[in-house]
Design a protein around this ligand. Sequence first.
Ligand SMILES: *Cc1c(COP(=O)(O)O)cnc(C)c1O
Length: 391
Amino acid sequence: MEFGKFGGQFVGGPVLDAVKDVEKAYDTYKHDEDFLNEFKFYLKNYANRPSLLYYAKNLTEHFGGAKIYLKREDLNHTGAHKINNVLGQALLAKRMGKKKLIAETGAGQHGVATATAAALFGMECEIHMGYVDVLKQSLNVYRMELLGAKVVAVHDGLKTLKEAVDSALVQWSKELDTTFYLLGSAVGPHPFPTMVRDFQKIIGEEIEQQIIEVEQKLPDYVIACVGGGSNAIGAFYQFIDQPSVKLIGVEAAGKGIDTKEHAATMTLGKEAVIHGMNTICLVEEDGEISPVYSISAGLDYPGVGPEHAYLKDINRVTYVSATDEEAVSAFELLSRLEGIIPAIESSHALVEAFKLAKTLDKDKIIVVNLSGRGDKDVKQVARYRNYELVD
Ligand SMILES: *Cc1c(COP(=O)(O)O)cnc(C)c1O
């Protein structure tokens, strides 16, 4: 396995062959200067990197403790860290001679990011989405279509993300020669977790450089939210061998970890195989994968990337959780005090930073990875607060 006992390639048949092809290609291109330079070019000239490291002075003064810095992934083109990964994988797909990108999407964020990369590189794009999600997220469906993607509504089972993954995999297995499956987080069979981490590790590399430039030292804490784990592993990876930097991942506790409505995989999950990898997963007593819930679509996942399962196992990263209510309060506070509306996913990381900041001395430094912007979440938070919207 790639990460202690976690990771692996738990897929069979033609999909395994296709995954092996991706592995072989990535093993080559990850050392290819030309490929890496092309990736860097698009990160800079298309995604708008490096993203800012912003000192949140008002927030820091509000809590009266540690200095709080925000890594502004929300300022990337398309408004989140996801663009880093889709650019990397789409470029690899092109190098492999593929003409088409296929992906699943839940709320639509990964679908929109994939459709963006496909538009940029002139590739065909097909996004599978559960019919329930299609209805809930019609604006994102339109956005994908605007970007040139074909959106396939999936009518099987509960008609949500799980069925969308199955449907996309079936379609992929029919057109392996021409099509690349573009995974949205640091999950799935090897090499996807490693590859997605490599495409996201720029976040932590920039944090290190930027904080040393202004503070002449490393941060004491780096905090990120964890759904599948791509923004978190991207923020953490540079610091894993620097033990003075404490790393904290924050999962969604939804309505509370003592209820059934949460997505606190690391806190309450068990070792299991899901989506082609051995990792930690929320499972029922009969071994079925648990239904999960969070106010935040991006954190609503019953598994987690295998590298996180490993980092927990070796006690290098601490995993905690934040409830919907706490996340909404952090969403409101950052908006009010800094004029920055964060993604509801990123707000989970803010919750932990705020709790910690109060307890720490003023010479300590916390960096929060602000994984995305919150425009997409404003309507839902308004509803949560019973604010009357006309449309
Ligand atoms: C998708 C998403 C996440 C969750 O995904 P990870 O792979 O865990 O990073 C977090 N924040 C934002 C803004 C997202 O769009």
